[in-house]
Ligand binder design. Sequence first.
Ligand code: MOS
Length: 729
Amino acid sequence: MRFDTPATTNPIDQLKVVGRPTDRVEGPLKTTGTATYAYEQNAAAPGAVYGYIVGAAIAKGRIEAIDTRAASRAPGVLAVITAGSAGKLDKGEFYAARALAGPEVDHYHQAAAIVVAQTFEQARAAAQLVRVRYARTEGAFDLAAAKESAPLSKVAPFAPPPETTVGDFEGGYAKAAVTLDASFTTPDQSHAMMEPHATIAAWDGGKLTLWTAIQQVNWGVRDIAKTLGIAKENVRIVSPYIGGGFGGKGTILSDAVLAAVAARKVGRPVKVALQRALMFNNVTHRPATIQRIRIGADSNGRITAIGHESWSGNIAGGRPEAATAATRLLYAAPNRMTRLRLAHLDLAEGSAMRAPGEAPGMMALEIAMDEMAEKLAMDPVAFRVLNDTQVDPEDPKRPFSKRQLVECLQTGAKRFGWSERPVRPGSRRDGRWLVGMGMAAAIRGAPVMKSAARVRLDNRGIVTVETDMTDIGTGSYTIIAQTAAEMMGIGVDKVTVKLGDSRFPESAGSGGQWGAASSTAGVYAACVKLREAVARQLDMDPASAEFADGMVRAGSRTVPLTHASRWHDLEAEDVMEFGDLTKRYAVQTFGAHFVEVGVDAATGEIRVRRMLAVCAAGRILNPKAARSQVIGGMTMGVGAALMEELVVDKRAGFFVNHDLAGYEVPVHADIPHQEVIFLDEVDPAGSPLKAKGVGELGISGVAAAVANAVYNATGVRVHDYPITLDKFL
Ligand code: MOS
């Protein structure tokens, strides 16, 4: 099925199941510890032995020699594998092709060897006996130092091109009545998900099975096949449950590649989990940025020129952080410029992390908007409302399919009590606390990707859905069950959902907040076919057959759904392909974030007191799961504002705080009551279900709202994240 015109009325619109706050169908498995995560797939891969990765101790240079003799003789050791003995691994994407260093070392903690032993403890102990001789060379680790010579990026992930211009930015800015020219920095950040990267690999002849934690199963099949030089048909990836990804588990990484190599070498299944202390430097992270924003406005507050330049760094072949993405779409202005520059850095690969582009970009843009409002003596909400646009500001012929930013801002202001905000910064006290309020707008793209599913109706009336879609803790199982239930006119309890297996039809996977809309569209397409099969079986007209309450009705006839499947199961499979709707419409999600903070007047300690998000993101398929996504994003936004920072040792070239003791993220005690309001919205251009995504909208803008609240409380502007108390001095 093809989705290339806005959706019309369809069975989903009944909203008997879809749109309800259904509990997670897999919730009991997770809360009782019986959901099987990658590292726990012992029953599927009996007799597995353990691999332990030795991380390179330099950031840049060569491995001159590796002495594996002592490690090989250690108790229980089956193999010590290095680049010299691993076989060829040089094809495909960086993260897979360069899973094993040697002779060149690309970054700190890149794997130098993997030790395989009978037990985890034996592998870990033997790993300490591997002796590596390095020849260190100078590397580039300092973004600020590399900035001046950084060229324009050749690519712009998710939102090309890397440079955009409309009108005459420099001229418009020079002529503006009120101007702001401000620079900001955002640090390297880590996904820091609970479940580490983990894989069990097993070979059966030339066929490889990986039980691994991965967001896009099909990307993993593609990348491992290429890296090992085997056919995609000979790879199976199984990933039914994932303990968080946030973009860090987009595809296979070193754990999967090295488990596969090791299993081939020892002829047994091999388990590899990245030890926490290795994760921060071995795998991907969100790259740091330096951003410069210039805004010019007339004296009435209308923006006449907006410019956003962003610098980030990456390893060879790596891409820039597309921090200008939101600025290209959020506010009207006749003169515009955005530019992404990319420096070479010898740190681990920078890659996608929750709302790549928008999240760090809005950390800068939405502070700049707050400062501009202040210069104009305007309320920050009113300033944003005045500069709203209903068309893509870079392409005025392209309207937004739905854009309720103004409604989000106004609803939020009302519900949060924005009128109570102290206009003069640093003017409100509550005992020892300076109290302030801040807000920010939010925008995040709503991409959709080709997605397939298979559905089967059996004689008990159970519909089984199979797709390689993943559930990274987001609720995919539940919204897919709701979609199939609505389409087939049954309850969620009559739907079985099977996910995360490359033997199932290929879906979009979880990423870029495209998972919900894309995967349910694939299930919708398959269910349309299953309905046709049911109707044919019952001698009914497929076009007029109605499915409700376990019955099928056409004309005067009403029969149980199970009549169609009483002799044999009925099965249907289809793929939803997406046409060029996003060329005709800008399809985006919108929101507004409001935050109240208290700052200790003596110590500078910052406590978030209240948070509200208002979201307009198409049809909300499950308000309970969607709310969880948004409050998760809000929490991560607080982390970005106040805590999260990978500290670069600019001499040795690595992230110093490479564990969860040193890399701080919010805990429950840091987070107050959070409120989320979803505006009523259906977006016919979003997907056949008229849905979009919310998982990345939830973080976009949050950190700036916190920063603006901190300014309102204290009168001190901090442009360098995270906002820690030392920065008030
Ligand atoms: Mo995402 S950060 O595209 O999983």
